[in-house]
Design a protein. Structure first.
Length: 155
């Protein structure tokens, strides 16, 4: 193999490694951003901090956006450490629901982690950005709707 071919292969591996490790970062969004996007998707929203998590001081804000078919949740937590812990817990729950046929993608960047899984007819997604995270566990038939929302949200 020629010297230039070896250098080309090494350079390709380095570039692919950089691209696949997600060395970038994501912009932190707010509940206002979440509810505004939900409204543009004609989704109803509900503040779940007051109704479900009033006694949990680690959750600063929590909203669910939903329609008759699917829902997506967004949380602001008290710290990056708490958000990371919640992310890890939910990823383990997702992994525990894996069937014999499944596919997943896991990414990590400077200020974020994301994990998505398709298994047993469900589409599961969680993404933590700093002290926030977005979460969905929906029927696979609504995967494209949820993915579109998440992509537009930037998570």
């Amino acid at each position: 193999m020629s010297k230039f071919k070896k250098i080309g292969i090494i350079l390709t591996v380095v570039v692919l490694t950089f691209l696949l490790t997600g060395c970038g970062s994501k912009k932190v969004k707010t509940t206002k951003d979440f509810t505004a996007l939900a409204n543009s998707y004609n989704l109803s929203t509900q503040n779940v901090k007051e109704s479900q998590y009033a006694s949990d001081d680690s959750i600063k804000e929590g909203y669910v956006a939903y329609n008759n078919n699917w829902q997506i949740e967004f949380y602001v937590l008290d710290s990056v450490k708490t958000a990371s812990s919640n992310f890890d817990t939910n990823v383990e729950i997702f992994k525990g629901s894996k069937g014999s046929t499944s596919s997943y993608v896991e990414l990590e960047g400077k200020n974020y982690n994301s994990y998505n899984l398709i298994s047993n007819g469900q589409y599961m997604y969680i993404c933590r950005v700093d002290n926030t995270f977005i979460y969905a566990n929906v029927s696979e038939e609504y995967k494209d709707d949820v993915k579109s929302f998440i992509k537009e949200f930037g998570y």
